[in-house]
Design a protein around this ligand. Sequence first.
Ligand code: SF4
Length: 386
Amino acid sequence: MAGIYIHIPFCNQFCTYCNFYSVKGKALRNSFVAALHREIEDKKLFFHGSGVAPQTVYVGGGTPSLLQASQLGEILSHIKEAFNFIPVEATVEVNPDDITPQYARELFQAGFNRVSMGVQSFHDSHLLWMNRRHSGEQAVQAYRNLRDAGFTNISLDLIFGYGGLSMQQWKENVGKIMELSPEHISAYQMSIEPGSALCKLLEKGEYDLVPDSLCHEQYSVLQQMLAEGGYTQYEISNFARMDSEGNLMISKHNSSYWTKEPYLGLGPAAHSYNGRQRLWNGNSVTAYCRHYTEMPIMTTSKRSLLEFGGYEELTTEDVFNESIMLGLRTVEGVLLSSLDQSLLLEVRGEISRHCRLGNLVMEGDKIRIPSEKLFVSDGIIKDLFI
Ligand code: SF4
């Protein structure tokens, strides 16, 4: 299922652990939206000739909910019209303290049918340390506002594996999120991203890494509690429950990344993939606004690529490694027949070794990482790279 991603590069404050490209840029927001509309026109032939049509839209960031709901609605409408489709899934990422009852209603009326909201923790001391803009109670209220507005597909994010998060507090976070009963839960281990405030704290000796054994224990508790609560794990960090009609509410948009469907990324620093090439936009909002305001619309991405961004041709090895990496992140695993067969021969020995160790399960034409080994998947996956 091909999709379109839109990067909204604004945050009012920066989370301790984050190194995503975003700026405060209050004065730039209207120019950015105008430039984005021009980029949509410029790239509207992206899927032509690829044999696929987009089916999902994901507005992420940054913090999309810093834009007015009407601006987000106009972006979504323009995408539908330019690419000529009705999205089966239109997700917008939001920050809890932006979600007033009115804003939630406006987002729903704008045509979004899925919301992804970063909760991260229900403990206010953790949220303060993470430099989040909201309290645990605000996240609960925002969730209720989204439900009252009509959203029937909500995803909430949690983070584990950071200093100061005890096992008891983690269980409370997982328990609390299950009480809310969102259709989808994502849980990420805190990582030290280069350039993040957390990375600087670590370098100054003001943050201690959490032992891997504790992170592993927290991950196992997460898997166990969510399984008992009726959530199905379908990817390393992602869990979904059934809706009232018996549909498993996975993220259709993100699932397309793992199955290597083409996608178009719009906005500064956004990446695209067309099956043969990886393409990207430059990461400066001011340069982005200048580029798309000044250039004539070409309805082809060629000139944009040369002037604002770049692309690389993917080698057979790149495609093989990406298929292994993305496929083995999913609980389903990867079909061996979908891989380059001569490269597969080179890693057959490693596959057999990991099967003997119980790190991989071979089922017919498929290999997958069993649930109890997903926490150590990075090491297993690297061993299968060319
Ligand atoms: S985690 Fe999200 S809200 Fe926080 S700084 Fe990064 S992009 Fe902004």
